[in-house]
Design a binder for this molecule. Structure first.
Ligand SMILES: NC(=O)C1=CN([C@@H]2O[C@H](COP(=O)(O)OP(=O)(O)OC[C@H]3O[C@@H](n4cnc5c(N)ncnc54)[C@H](OP(=O)(O)O)[C@@H]3O)[C@@H](O)[C@H]2O)C=CC1
Ligand SMILES: O=C([O-])CC(=O)C(=O)O
Length: 258
């Protein structure tokens, strides 16, 4: 029986837990005071970070949000606990990125940034060294997924696609902290200065679609991920939890815990 930790117990965390045999893992989830979330029998809750650190989980998965990364991940790493971070957009804050790197060194614990809702990041990492590399990332979702943003801008995408945002990955991660983590994963791979980001509400979008177009001296590439939504949260791709499970499995193998 291995003890693993979670930060948050929402859509992604629930899917991560259900991917492991219940008799092989005891999960401890750090929740907010009074969260009242129903938990499966092999998941217990704590509301303080020191209580999570106290059970010495082999690894922790953050699936709560960018604020939770800032609040908890550095201390987990300092305590020597490897951490998988879903909310990779948190690293758009250079101060936090430096704190994570320092805590990882001090504690001797890895932090893992999974590919999340997309893939192809190995290609982007390879061309990052080329000075002429340019990458365009587009998040394309049906108008229903952007209903609040369309309403507040007084826009309707019923009759055609509307670009809600165009700018840098850092601006995107800050403006859409719960939905543009994938854009920042692209930025971390290719280098933020090489990437432009677009957010499109499109009545023809088949699902949560992520498009990456890359151009450099090494050639051109285009990736398109048409993701099925998570049943509990249509703005989150079901692929994200699968990616966290894969990253966690790899981490446990590296650390010799499986
Ligand atoms: N890398 C990628 O490609 C992707 C990354 N993500 C990231 O994953 C996060 C989680 O996604 P998802 O599971 O769909 O979201 P949900 O809203 O379904 O779940 C988030 C959970 O985290 C809890 N939570 C939030 N803040 C804290 C905190 N400070 N301490 C403890 N618990 C907290 C929430 O609890 P409460 O009810 O108390 O608010 C909720 O239970 C997203 O916010 C996003 O940052 C998501 C999709 C793709
Ligand atoms: O799950 C998705 O499709 C993308 C997402 O929410 C994110 O990048 O934060």
């Amino acid at each position: 029986m291995v003890t693993l930790g979670l930060i948050g117990f929402g859509t992604i965390a629930r899917e991560v837990v259900s991917a492991f045999p219940p008799d092989a893992v005891r999960w401890v989830a750090l929740l907010r005071e009074g969260a009242g979330t129903p938990l499966p029998p092999n998941v217990s809750a704590v509301t303080r970070l020191d209580a999570l650190i106290g059970v010495r989980p082999r690894a922790v998965v953050e699936a709560a949000g960018q604020e939770a990364v800032a609040a908890y991940a550095p201390a987990l790493l300092e305590a020597g606990i490897p951490t998988v971070i879903a909310s990779v957009g948190a690293l758009s804050d250079p101060g936090l990125a430096a704190r994570l790197a320092g805590a990882s060194r001090n504690g001797g614990a890895r932090f893992v940034l999974p590919s999340g809702a997309l893939g192809g990041l190995d290609y982007l990492r390879a061309i990052a060294a080329l000075p002429d590399a340019r990458v365009r990332y587009t998040s394309r979702k049906p108008p229903a997924a952007w209903a609040a943003e369309l309403n507040s801008a007084g826009l309707s995408a019923d009759n055609g696609a509307i670009t809600l945002f165009e700018g840098t990955p850092t601006e995107a991660a800050r403006l859409y902290p719960r939905n543009l983590n994938a854009a920042f994963a692209v930025a971390l791979a290719a280098g933020a200065g090489k990437v432009t980001v677009r957010v499109v509400a499109d009545p023809k979008a088949a699902g949560n679609t992520h498009e990456i177009e890359a151009e450099s001296a090494a050639g051109t590439a285009s990736f398109r991920f048409v993701n099925a939504p998570s049943p509990d949260n249509p703005k989150t791709s079901a692929l994200t939890a699968l990616s966290l499970v894969a990253a966690l499995g790899e981490l446990l193998d590296l650390e010799g815990h499986r």
